[in-house]
Design a protein around this ligand. Structure first.
Ligand SMILES: [Zn+2]
Ligand SMILES: [Zn+2]
Length: 111
């Protein structure tokens, strides 16, 4: 799931609250305070989640800003460590091997 950055920009123009987080004074604007997250890589405002599948139907869900997320497909983002894993998997032929295991039904040898 990915959120749209422009929505966060609009929020910033609304009334702001001042709060402290990790010893830093920051301004939080708008009414949806619990949804305000910081990027896991650089601490910037995060509005993207890593979509890398980690099993059981779950995704990595690391918070990422637009600079730290890698868009691998429209609306599909991976964090940088997971992007490297995905790239290595692809380059090792993982995707091709899966496809080669699919044997067309008509080509099966029958007695
Ligand atoms: Zn970042
Ligand atoms: Zn990830």
């Amino acid at each position: 799931m990915s959120l749209v950055r422009s929505a966060a920009g609009l929020e910033r123009m609304m009334a702001c609250n001042i709060t402290k987080r990790d010893g830093m004074t920051i301004f939080i604007c708008g009414s949806e305070l619990p949804q305000w997250e910081v990027c896991a890589e650089c601490g910037d405002v995060a509005d993207i989640l890593c979509d890398y599948p980690v099993g059981d139907g779950l995704t990595c869900d690391r918070n990422l800003c637009a600079d730290c997320a890698v868009e691998v497909a429209p609306n599909l983002h991976y964090c940088k460590p997971h992007f490297e894993m995905w790239k290595q998997f692809k380059e090792s032929g993982g995707v091709r091997d899966v496809l080669q295991n699919v044997v067309p039904f008509s080509r099966l040898d029958r007695p």
